[in-house]
Design a protein around this ligand. Structure first.
Ligand SMILES: *Cc1c(COP(=O)(O)O)cnc(C)c1O
Ligand SMILES: [Zn+2]
Length: 448
């Protein structure tokens, strides 16, 4: 059976279709976003058992390109791409671990963290970028006149784009908001040979410019407005299910900015349901920073209206977005999944990240937003302590050391409840002994 996928307009009144090698980001008829749509009838030629068996055989194997968490699901992602054009850095297959101690601190017994930041460029953006850059490589091999691939970024998209393009030998261009991303995030595209443009604006400003720049078809757009990204990112939900031996958790919490990732998560889960791999769906929670919370505001009005906002400065810099491109898709997803949107203040996100670290994590601030949302939803009784909850950790904490250093120094403008300051002592055995005796007495054992 030949599996097929194409771009389709998300507007139910339109549903125009375009081949995947068209250079197009919005519908030509109605300007809505597009989504990659699969021939589900063709995919139904295999039973759910056959699919899970195939995915199991491929998982982390050495067989190119199927060892990748994304390409192990190739037929569900980009069935028509030639293996020769796949640009993979063995993405996906990240650890899903039982957060036993942190869960206990919250009175939970079944809390899990999906560490999507344990990947090549240090964030989940690799999952989407492998698909987009592979499709670009395929189009170039077919003769498309693409000179470069460009994105606007809050730091992680540009890092992923730069490294996948470097691996493929394709020029990347990144537009970054000056002074609003971490040093680690900035050095990644620089090191990977990207053309780095630092703009004196915020993410939304960079996005507005890159949309104009990419009207020139020789510069291909890599933001998640381009739904090829979503196809790769949707594998995260399938992978979580696979890691639980094909059982879904009760709740999945994900931090949201531009809102492509929650839409992707939903798509992957729905595809599993449609093909009979699961028979129910989890509840999805989007966690936003209070200072950049347009989706939360819309949620409070039952999604009847949506107003973009001017994003305020937040420590969760990768989700400092006021005008999310994928908002329509995200709202559709949340309605389908009995979804919740929760927000976290700067205090709450920083303390939650730090508390997670004391229990054996190493959280980026966005993961802190998700953990803070979990803590609040447990308090409000919207999540039950007995439920199986997965928190998607979106980036590696090492990309955000400045945030952590300042938290523990106490130089962020917040109380830093869990700050752990180094003790300066003279380099003598007696002084160290004395300092130890004092410190160990003061320190409570936090085990519960
Ligand atoms: C991009 C990003 C997000 C948000 O994903 P969206 O698809 O924009 O909602 C969250 N956390 C990190 C670390 C990111 O890089
Ligand atoms: Zn349309």
């Amino acid at each position: 059976m030949a599996y097929k996928a194409w771009f389709q307009c998300i507007n139910p009144q339109c549903r125009a279709t375009y081949p995947l090698n068209t250079i197009i980001y919005r519908c030509e008829n109605c300007s809505s976003l597009l989504e990659v749509t699969h021939d589900m009838q063709a995919l139904a030629d295999r039973s759910s058992k056959e699919w899970t068996k195939l995915f199991e055989e491929r998982y982390k194997s050495t067989e190119w390109p199927y060892g990748s968490g994304v390409w192990s699901k190739k037929e569900w992602v980009l069935p028509q791409i030639s293996d020769d054009n796949i640009v993979s850095l063995y993405e996906g297959g990240t650890n899903l671990f039982w957060a036993e101690r942190f869960g206990k601190m919250l009175g939970m017994g079944d809390l899990w963290i999906k560490l999507c930041g344990n990947s090549h460029s240090g964030s989940f953006k690799d999952l989407g970028m492998t698909v987009l850059v592979s499709q670009v490589k395929q189009m170039i091999s077919e003769g498309a006149p693409i000179r470069a691939v460009a994105c606007a970024s809050t730091g992680d998209t540009s890092a992923a784009l730069a490294v996948y393009c470097a691996a493929a030998g394709i020029q990347s261009v990144v537009l970054l908001p000056k002074g609003k991303i971490s040093v680690a995030q900035l050095i990644q595209p620089i090191a990977n040979g990207s053309l780095v443009l630092s703009l004196d604006t915020d993410f939304d400003g960079c996005m507005a410019v890159v949309k104009e720049i990419t009207k020139d078809e020789t510069i291909y757009l890599a933001n998640s407005m381009n739904s090829l990204r979503i196809e790769g990112q949707k594998t995260v939900g399938i992978e979580i299910c696979q890691q639980f031996d094909w059982k879904l958790p009760d709740v999945i919490i994900i931090p949201g900015g531009n809102l492509g990732n929650v839409s992707a998560l939903g798509n992957g889960l729905l595809m599993m349901k449609n093909l009979g791999l699961v028979d129910s769906l989890p509840r999805l929670v989007v966690a936003q920073a209070e200072r950049s919370n347009p989706l939360y505001r819309s949620y409070l009005k039952n999604f009847e209206t949506f107003e973009p906002i001017q994003a305020g400065k937040t420590l969760a810099s990768a989700i400092q977005i006021g005008n999310p491109v994928s908002v329509e898709k995200a709202i559709r997803t949340l309605k389908h999944f009995n979804g919740i949107v929760e927000q976290a203040t700067e205090d709450e996100l920083a303390d939650a990240a730090a508390l997670g670290d004391t229990a054996g994590m190493f959280c980026c601030p966005h993961t802190g937003v998700a953990l803070a949302a979990l803590i609040k939803l447990l308090k409000e009784g919207k999540i039950d302590k007995s439920e199986r909850v997965v928190v998607i950790s979106t980036a590696h904490g090492l990309k955000f050391t400045d945030f952590k250093v300042r938290y523990h120094e106490g130089t962020l403008d917040i109380p830093s409840r869990f700050a752990n300051k180094p003790i300066e002592v003279p380099a003598t055995v007696d002084a160290v002994k004395e300092a130890l005796a004092q410190a160990l007495q003061n320190r409570r054992n936090t085990d519960v």
